[in-house]
Design a protein around this ligand. Structure first.
Ligand SMILES: Cc1ncc(COP(=O)(O)O)c(C=O)c1O
Length: 490
């Protein structure tokens, strides 16, 4: 009997075959370029250095030390195995009480004790990724939208939109006021949605911000709270970097503003959190939804069955976060280390004339390379990005992948590497910038390959090739023609 050969695409769902995951973006392309040629201090010293990953590797030693001193926190050790039976069985999806209490205390502590969190309002999820999707499912139907200040964390498109069918509509922010959110921009985005007949269900903010590394001031938070109350829509606050603040001004958490505003409808306020950044444990997938709204808590809890945190992890985290002395020391040390790294990197760039948005939080900073663009367009930004990834061999992320409308900004992650790698990365950027500057100072000689219409640069395996026209090559703003890293294939 013959079988009909079918088109595999038709066998799968729309979600399975659409591009909603966002994998086809420069953000992920950068990761692929890194994967195909990863830097290693000794085994591959000319490889791509990963600076596109918001990971904190600066404080592992503190956690490892605690784990060594507390073998009983794991049920898979001689010291902890007595608890194995209790922990390894099915558990209530409310989460272990010890875990919820410890997380609620920790969330209060990292906010300087200025606010408290009720453990009964905590819902578990697989990282903040799962938390974002769950809140999207709880608050909006397909086609409805959240407004979100841009630039914003690239994977929000995957997390809030892909499987839910919900839309994200940007509130455009730019460098004219340091990317602050204004009431004018909020109203404009809301108005635009109304004109397009799209129902806005809420505003999503990320404070401290990825990719900016900045925090929202109290006045802006007040404006946001007033705005969502007036419109009777939700406010979702991703506070995943709440404790990853390493310099003044202090972080202001949304509950601080909600509690001072007696008019605020608390049913509209929801917080996303996780231990991926503040404790540097993204592999543990400890995510949290904290909602003031009991219905949302109930609904999210039912949905949490799809992304529970393993009880072994809850058990261990409960013990770790209940150790106040350890937590205090960790938070202090971690901030100091981040501050030092941030200072070394940003000051090292300033020395060669590269600025960045003034920041005091997060695991990255927002580097300003507008000066290096051939022209102020997103295409020029992508060209520059390809040179940085393929020739300078640094995977930094272009602003456009965070929906930044102003070309020339790049997110640089600084905490996911050791000191030696950091020095090499910094050295590469500095060398590149100096070469560009020198090329601007010395008028370009007519290149040998000028008869040829296209200059091809040699790139790492998976990235698209840059093809430059002679005009681009001669541009005083083009970083490429004079770089010794450029290899002409004529
Ligand atoms: C702003 C923001 N939200 C959510 C996440 C996802 O975090 P998690 O690893 O806890 O899923 C990240 C990770 O980079 C992030 O930067």
């Amino acid at each position: 009997m013959g079988f009909i050969v079918s088109n595999n695409q038709n066998l799968l769902s729309k979600i399975a075959t659409n591009d909603g995951h966002g994998e086809k973006s420069p953000y992920f392309d950068g990761w692929k370029a890194y994967d195909s040629d990863p830097f290693h201090l000794t085994k591959n010293p000319n490889g791509v250095i990963q600076m596109g990953l918001a990971e904190n590797q600066l404080s592992f030693d503190l956690i490892e030390d605690w784990i060594k001193r507390h073998p009983e926190a794991s049920i898979c050790t001689i010291e902890g195995v007595n608890e194995f039976k209790d922990i390894a069985n099915y558990q209530d999806y409310h989460g272990l009480p010890a875990f919820r209490n410890a997380v609620a205390n920790f969330m209060g502590k990292v906010r300087g004790g200025r606010v408290t969190f009720n453990p009964d309002h905590i819902v578990m999820s697989g990282g903040a990724t799962g938390a974002a999707e769950t809140i999207s499912f709880c608050l909006a139907d397909p086609g409805e939208a959240f407004l979100i200040p841009s630039p914003y964390y690239a994977a929000f498109d995957r997390d809030l939109r892909w499987r839910t069918g919900v839309q994200l509509l940007p509130i455009d922010c730019d460098s004219s006021n340091n990317f602050n959110i204004t009431i004018t921009a909020l109203e404009a985005a809301y108005q635009k949605a109304q004109e397009a007949n799209i129902r806005v269900k809420g505003v999503l903010i990320n404070n401290p911000s990825n990719p900016l590394g900045t925090i929202l001031d109290r006045e802006t938070l007040r404006t946001l709270v007033r705005f969502i109350n007036e419109k009777n829509i939700h406010l979702v606050c991703d506070e995943i970097y709440a404790a990853t603040v390493f310099a003044k001004p202090d972080f202001v958490s949304i509950p601080e503003v909600v509690e001072e505003n007696k008019e605020c409808n608390r049913d509209l306020i929801h917080i996303l959190y996780s231990l991926s950044k503040d404790m540097g444990m993204p592999g543990f997938r400890v995510g949290i939804i904290y909602s003031y709204n009991k219905n949302v808590v109930n609904c999210a809890r039912k949905m949490s069955s799809f992304g529970l945190i393993s009880t072994q992890t809850q058990h261990l985290i409960a013990a770790m976060l209940s150790d106040d002395e350890f937590v205090d020391r960790f938070l202090t040390q971690n901030s100091k280390r981040l501050a030092r790294r941030h200072k070394t990197f940003t000051e090292g760039l300033e020395e060669v004339g590269i600025g960045s948005l003034k920041s005091n939080a997060g695991l990255f900073f927002w580097m300003d390379l507008r000066r290096l663009l051939k022209e102020p367009t997103l295409e020029a930004e992508m060209s520059l990005w390809r040179v940085i990834i393929n020739d300078v061999k640094l995977n930094v992320s272009p602003g456009s992948s965070f929906h930044c409308t102003e070309p020339g900004w790049f997110r640089v992650c600084f905490a996911n590497m050791d000191d030696e790698t950091m020095e090499i990365a910094l050295g590469r950027i500095r060398k590149f910038v100096v070469q560009v500057k020198n090329s601007e100072a010395v008028p370009a000689k007519k290149p040998r390959w000028s008869k040829n219409n296209n200059l091809r640069l040699s790139f790492s395996r998976r990235c698209e090739e840059i093809v430059m026209t002679p005009r681009q090559m001669m541009s005083p703003h083009s970083p490429m023609p004079h770089s010794p890293l450029v290899r002409a294939r004529t």
